[in-house]
Design a protein around this ligand. Structure first.
Ligand code: G3H
Ligand code: 13P
Ligand code: NA
Ligand code: ZN
Length: 328
């Protein structure tokens, strides 16, 4: 059944676990996530970006997610708008039936230029007023996702700030977080701690100077009753990276957020953990390998089946590691 983000995260906080929020664009991703959730008895957050709605089309995306609730009636599912960059995108999502939205006012409406405090508070508060009147939850964001190694949003374009970011923008301030939550009344707060979107987060396995789990602890100590959200939380699995690179891909050497660091953050208030890149990598790795191994096959179901299997393996591992398994 469709539930709000607030319902899921309140339960997660009460029982001290985190829930991975996977991005979805197509049927295979939805199936992989739901199969894994059913196998581990985990609640589910399916999130769709504006780009996902553009790719699949509003009706297909909505029905894919509703199909998940119909096929798995025992699993609670939150249908979440990821990175709504304007109030109007979020209102459109609410109209479309989403049970949760993200007003990302950390960037201006172009999704690239860092915004100021007043803008962020104003648009977020506006969305909270509308969403709460409809029983829909709201995630806000304070601080800019980006690399403490390079001072940029990361190598991927599309999602995130362009240009140089300074240290104060890349690490959410605990006192400002408290004031932001008070002024906006968001249900969950995305914070910046050195992670970035995409496959190129860290040039070496991250240490505390570039992945500030300590900042999570400081923010949680200041606002213990606020559900924290980590974006850019793919772990960039080295086994899938190798399969991709061994089968004609060229992603080079790169590192993500180690699962054990996320588990540590979950002990300090992180309840929603956004993951997109890991499923993209598992999917691409499975297809590249299949094409290399099975040159005579051409039924798309044969290789899409492999992507469901590979993505589902990652989902299961995250449900178990984050502790949401057994809590559906
Ligand atoms: O926030 C970023 C997610 O990975 C969504 O990416 O805008 O390419 O769908 P996308
Ligand atoms: P990754 O690129 O690390 O998977 O992050 C996804 C995300 O934060 C979606 O909002
Ligand atoms: Na989100
Ligand atoms: Zn994100």
């Amino acid at each position: 059944s469709l539930v709000s983000l607030r319902q899921l995260l309140d339960h997660a906080a009460e029982h001290g676990y985190g829930i991975p929020a996977f991005n979805v664009n197509n049927m295979e991703q939805v199936k992989a996530i739901m199969e894994a959730a059913a196998a581990t008895d985990s609640p589910v957050i399916l999130q769709a970006s504006a780009g996902a709605r553009k790719y699949a089309g509003e009706a297909f995306l909505r029905h894919l997610i509703l199909a998940a609730t119909e096929a798995y009636p025992q699993i609670p599912v939150c249908m979440h708008q990821d990175h709504g960059t304007s109030p109007s995108i979020n209102v459109r999502a609410i109209q479309s039936g989403f049970s949760s939205v993200m007003m990302d006012g950390s960037l201006k409406e172009d999704g690239k230029t860092p915004s100021d405090w007043d803008y962020n508070v104003r648009v977020t508060r506006q969305v909270v007023d509308i969403a709460h009147a409809c029983g829909v939850s709201v995630e806000g964001e304070l601080g800019c996702l980006g690399s403490l190694e390079t001072g940029t949003a990361g190598e991927e374009d599309g999602v995130g700030a362009t240009g140089k970011l300074d240290h104060s923008q890349l690490l959410t301030d605990p006192n400002e977080a408290a004031e932001f939550v008070k002024q906006t009344q968001v249900d969950a707060l995305a914070i910046a701690i050195g992670t970035s979107h995409g496959a190129y987060k860290f040039t070496r396995p991250p240490t505390g100077d570039v992945l500030a789990i300590s900042r999570v602890k400081e923010i949680h100590a200041r606002i213990p009753n606020t559900h924290l959200v980590m974006h850019g939380s793919s772990s960039v699995p080295q086994d899938w990276l190798k399969i991709i690179n061994d089968n004609g891909g060229d992603l080079g050497e790169t590192y993500g957020v180690p699962v054990e660091e996320i588990v540590e953050a979950i002990k300090h208030g992180v309840r929603k953990v956004n993951i997109d890149t890991d499923l993209r990598m598992a999917s691409t790795g499975a297809i590249r390998k299949f094409f290399n191994d099975e040159p005579k096959k051409f039924d798309p179901r044969d290789y899409f089946k492999q992507t469901i299997k590979s993505m589902s393996g990652i989902c299961k591992a995250r449900y178990e590691a984050f502790g949401s398994a057994g809590n559906a």
